[in-house]
Design a binder for this molecule. Structure first.
Ligand code: SF4
Length: 407
């Protein structure tokens, strides 16, 4: 064997050792999914369908999913056995922050382990009683130049078209707007928002969000999208939605046919845990991709759910397989009732540092902290530059090796 081949083989061996633990984790996770999670969720789905006396067609109909949302503790307790204290706590927290989950998302939960990440994202927690944080850390109230509009940047803005969502996520960073009522903005306000965009020539990128804009019926959504698309200076339209995760049945062929008329149109969603990448969710994403819509994921770092380097890697690699590009990872904001999900920036940076080198760049989103008071996004990067001046730069590689470039 020549020397170069020997060195290459040694390096290949070293690289394999770097990824060994992750591969074991992945194998274990996927085996559990195949052997336990899939069976359990199928069983839960059958129980839910039987309770609601529904067939497969109804289960696959998003209107049915919405009509049968589980939002009372007594109904929930028919499926998940709750201790008296937990029952009372759920009742108590419901008075402060409304909760609801689709039958689909409930079917993914672990009925025994209340710390399972899917449960944590959907069911109330005693920790929500904490008053720590703010209701509007982004000062959205002060970046609202017209009804339904949030404007934080020079050439792009947001239209909030509804306060309704398929599920009220416990980590929601917009709790202030979400959950009090299922309110679609009035046509009058929406038209005022669109008129603001018409009059503001520098706006080239419009994000339609809420709540979840895919709660709107197709016709209403199309009426908004088509008016925005008709504005000459608007180059791209984006939609922010979590329905692929919480109610994938919403991604119907009719919806895809409608959306594909308004390209360039992008959709960003929010998968936070690989357990959410079910067959239904992946197939909903693929239907949108097949309609030519580029998909991005905006994960939020959440303690107990994804503050783990292997979970983030598995999620991001799974998203790429579902043709969703991991786009952002958001640092959690300090919103009242979500303190228990917070992690530190240091912890987030450690995970980001691990990702580099251990997975392909496509699976590494940008880590973003939204500055308080609506001051915009701050990208957070692990430290790679040790020293830098006009003559040289000293850098650290993904393995922590020091290299120097002299100009
Ligand atoms: S879907 Fe989004 S806006 Fe709605 S509750 Fe969940 S995180 Fe909040």
């Amino acid at each position: 064997m020549d020397e170069k081949r020997r060195i290459s083989l040694e390096r290949a061996d070293e690289l394999h050792k770097e990824i060994e633990d992750y591969l074991a984790f992945k194998e274990d996770f996927l085996r559990q999914t195949a052997e336990i999670r899939d069976i359990l969720s199928k069983k839960h789905k059958e129980e839910l369908m039987s309770y609601f006396d529904a067939g497969e067609d109804e289960w696959n109909d998003w209107h049915w999913q919405l009509r049968h949302r589980i939002s009372s503790v007594s109904l929930l307790s028919k499926f998940i056995k709750l201790s008296d204290s937990r029952y009372e706590m759920f009742e108590e927290i419901s008075k402060k922050f409304r909760w609801a989950t689709t039958p689909y998302y409930l079917s993914l939960m672990d009925y025994e382990d209340m710390n399972y990440p899917i449960n944590l994202m959907a069911l109330p927690s005693a920790a929500e009683a904490s008053e720590s944080g703010e209701m509007d850390p982004m000062s959205e109230e002060f970046t609202n130049p017209a009804p339904c509009i949030t404007r934080r940047y020079p050439n792009r803005l947001i239209i909030n078209v509804t306060s309704s969502c398929a599920m009220f996520c416990r980590h929601c960073q917009r709790r202030r707007r979400i959950g009090e009522s299922d309110r679609i903005e009035s046509e009058e306000n929406i038209e005022k928002a669109i008129e603001y965009i018409r009059q503001t020539k520098e706006i080239r990128d419009v994000l339609i969000t809420g709540g979840d804009p895919l709660m709107l019926p197709d016709e209403m959504l199309e009426s908004i999208i088509s008016r925005v698309r008709a504005i000459e200076h608007v180059e791209i339209i984006r939609i922010g939605t979590r329905v692929m995760v919480t109610m994938p049945q919403r991604i119907t062929d009719e919806l895809c046919q409608m959306l594909k008329k308004y390209h360039p149109l992008y959709i960003n969603t929010q998968f936070n845990h690989p357990g959410e990448l079910t067959r239904e969710a992946v197939s909903a994403c693929c239907r949108l991709s097949d309609s030519g819509i580029p998909l991005g994921n905006q994960m939020v770092f959440l303690k107990g759910i994804n503050n783990d380097k292997y979970i983030v890697q598995l999620l991001n690699e799974g998203l790429l397989k579902a043709r969703v590009r991991p786009y952002y990872i958001f640092h959690p904001k300090q919103v009242i009732g979500t303190k228990h999900f917070e992690i530190t920036v240091e912890e987030g940076l450690r995970i980001m540092k691990y990702l580099r080198g251990h997975t392909s760049g496509l699976a590494i989103p940008q880590y973003i902290l939204n500055a308080p008071h609506g001051l915009g996004k701050v990208p957070l990067l692990p430290k790679y530059i040790e020293e830098s001046d006009e003559e040289h730069v000293k850098l650290l590689t993904w393995e922590g090796r020091e290299v120097e470039i002299v100009y």
